[in-house]
Design a binder for this molecule. Sequence first.
Ligand SMILES: [Mg+2]
Length: 190
Amino acid sequence: MNQSKILVVDDEPITRIDIKETLQGKGYMVVGEARNGEEAVEKAYALDPDLIVMDVKMPKMDGIKASSIIKGFSCCSILLLTAFSHDEVIEQAKEVGINAYIVKPVTEKDLIPAVEIALFQRKQNLLLHKKIGRLEQQMKDRKFIEKAKGILMAQLECTEEQAYRHMQKESMEKHIPLAKLAKDVLEKSK
Ligand SMILES: [Mg+2]
């Protein structure tokens, strides 16, 4: 049983039912349905799906516009469905970061591999986000440490290396991470 959450969006009820039944038949969890782009944005926000299978041509808001909004707040993958395979639509889909694209009528043979790839991309995307977050934190920490080193050099009238060793020693003795210690040095110097 695949516990990834999928949202199905299409203005035609029959297509929604078809896709939902195909996915459920393969053990996927369909957490919601939407009839247009506006509803898709609302449900993407409320249900936090891993994947959205979405039609392009819909009333109120089309699938491309809805995708561009959803990609702004969610890491979910989006698989677009369309009756047209115009270059223009494909270009727009690429620009908003669509993960997969299949041409209607949707068959199980086309849908399932595309769903699998899009779900895998979602996992990769999450890992990448975590990695970027860690790197950003490391860069911030390094800045704090550099600044604190400068302050200690002035306070203790010592070299850069001595200031760094001083912080390292204190960090080990007090069991405080170096970055936290550096922040404390900066705080105290204010
Ligand atoms: Mg449609």
